[in-house]
Design a protein around this ligand. Structure first.
Ligand SMILES: Cc1cc2nc3c(=O)[nH]c(=O)nc-3n(C[C@H](O)[C@H](O)[C@H](O)COP(=O)(O)OP(=O)(O)OC[C@H]3O[C@@H](n4cnc5c(N)ncnc54)[C@H](O)[C@@H]3O)c2cc1C
Length: 433
């Protein structure tokens, strides 16, 4: 059964599919266009579950398409957000060097960022770090004041409204299961009938390789999903982070490392870990798809990645199971996080009552606890068993909630969910979305 005939169909109602639809309708008014999305609503996967950062383009190779797209895209998105009344904030981003060994890499980023024309970029020392992020520890940092935060789900929903108001159709709850050519048309087979179109664009996110294969033009690339575990700081701990606190990325490794991200809704995300996911859109540790896992394990690209980064992978897995190890890593950047966590295992006074200056975000920075030297992450930092048992019963003192997403090695994600409620370790680690 053909449910419609269109000039153009777009597979995928994430931000890429919707932005493409919106732009094409703007360029060609009257175009008969349909977006086909398998979920009941748009932005259900990566778009609705990312960190919400409006990146300023610090890292990209100067002159590259990515660098250009990042700068122009940010400006265009901010203009759109103003036009549509979507809130965003330039909360700024601090890329922090913890020790001397990171300084050459920080300098490399500074050079790139300067050549990319990142606005207001400053290279700063400990005093200015404390002024901007009183609880962060570091010997030197880059400050990008125009890096911002926004809710990308909200942006995607606004794009969807634009598509509809310009005559486009959005079919949700229809999974594309096959694509074929018939009588000079492309036929998109979905779980709720067929759609005929002259042209087709696929923007299927975590399934982009499979949907591309349906068109007969698949390359050798495959999606390898990784699940990212985030924690969210409890409201009483949010004062520890004012904006975005990032590590200096190490180009030898595929993951950026844990960082702190304030969201436009006022939460502070801490993380993520990145562990291999057993299902492409699996947000729980227990989510398992035999087909997805088989495809990952038999993909030569994954085996190459695993051979090269098995140690990093094991560390990430360890942190996934041990909240204590995760906390140790977070505390390298915001040492007071460790103090929060300590109160879990030694339940004395709640951590936020131990220091008046720590409770009062407006108090002088000289009263703030001094940064501690970095501690190496090691399994001896804690065990998942001890974390769980020690955590139970001290629910109100936990500084962080857990929060999971999935991503591939190319930062391709599935979803996330903040685990609310009693926050003893066991419930945080075992309950998923
Ligand atoms: C953890 C994480 C954090 C990130 N943080 C940031 C950030 O701070 N700032 C930033 O700019 N970017 C960030 N990103 C990147 C950003 O989220 C993605 O680049 C972007 O959301 C990709 O959008 P998309 O439309 O391609 O994919 P998606 O949002 O995943 O959309 C793809 C859509 O296709 C649909 N689909 C798939 N298969 C089918 C099918 N067979 N039939 C019908 N529909 C189908 C899916 O249901 C989905 O809705 C982050 C990514 C991750 C993983």
């Amino acid at each position: 059964m053909t449910t419609g005939r269109f000039d153009l169909a777009i597979v995928g109602g994430g931000i890429v599919g919707l932005a493409t639809a919106r732009q094409l309708l703007k360029k060609k008014p009257g175009l008969a266009l349909a977006v086909v999305e398998k979920e009941a609503e748009v932005a259900a996967h990566q778009t609705g579950h990312n960190s919400g950062v409006l990146h300023a383009g610090l890292y990209y190779a100067p002159g590259s398409k990515k660098a250009l797209l990042c700068r122009e895209g940010k400006a265009a998105l901010e203009a759109y957000a103003v036009e549509r009344g979507i809130p965003f904030e330039h909360c700024g981003k601090l890329v922090v060097a913890r020790d001397e060994s990171e300084l050459p890499r920080l300098e490399g980023i500074r050079e790139r960022a300067a050549r990319n024309g990142v606005e207001g970029l400053e290279e700063i020392g400990p005093d200015r770090i404390r002024e901007l992020e009183p609880h962060a520890a570091g010997i030197r940092a880059l400050w990008s004041p125009r890096t911002g935060i926004i809710d990308f789900r909200r942006v995607a929903e606004a794009y969807a409204e634009d598509v509809r108001s310009n005559g486009g159709a959005i079919f949700t709850g229809r999974r594309v299961v096959g694509i074929e050519e018939r009588g000079g048309e492309r036929i998109v087979k979905t779980t709720k009938g067929e759609i005929a179109c002259s042209d087709l664009v696929t923007c299927a996110g975590l399934h982009s390789d499979r949907v591309a294969a349906m068109t007969g033009h698949a390359g050798n690339e495959r999606i390898v999903p990784f699940r990212g575990d985030y924690y969210t700081l409890k409201p009483e701990a949010r004062r520890l982070v004012r904006g975005l606190i990032y590590p200096v990325p190490d180009p030898r490794f595929p993951f950026l490392g844990v960082h702190f991200t304030k969201t436009i809704h006022g939460d502070v995300l801490a993380g993520p870990n990145a562990v291999l996911a057993f299902a492409r859109e699996g947000y729980k540790r227990t989510d398992f798809s035999p087909a997805d896992l088989f495809q990952t394990l038999t993909y030569s690209g994954f085996r190459k990645l695993a051979r090269k980064f098995w140690k990093t992978g094991l560390t990430e897995m360890w942190r996934d199971w041990s909240k204590r190890a995760f906390t140790v890593e977070l505390a390298r950047y915001v040492p007071e996080i460790r103090a929060c966590a300590r109160s879990l295992w030694r339940p004395t006074a709640p951590w936020w009552t131990t220091s008046r200056s720590a409770r009062d975000p407006t108090s002088s920075t000289s009263e703030m606890p001094r940064p501690r030297p970095p501690r190496p992450l090691s399994p001896s930092a804690g065990s998942s068993r001890s974390s769980r048992s020690a955590g139970s019963g001290s629910s109100d003192r936990v500084g962080v909630h857990s929060h999971r997403v999935c991503r591939s090695s190319r930062e391709i994600s599935t979803a996330a969910r903040v685990v609310e409620g009693p926050s003893d370790f066991k419930s945080m680690l075992s309950s998923g979305p």
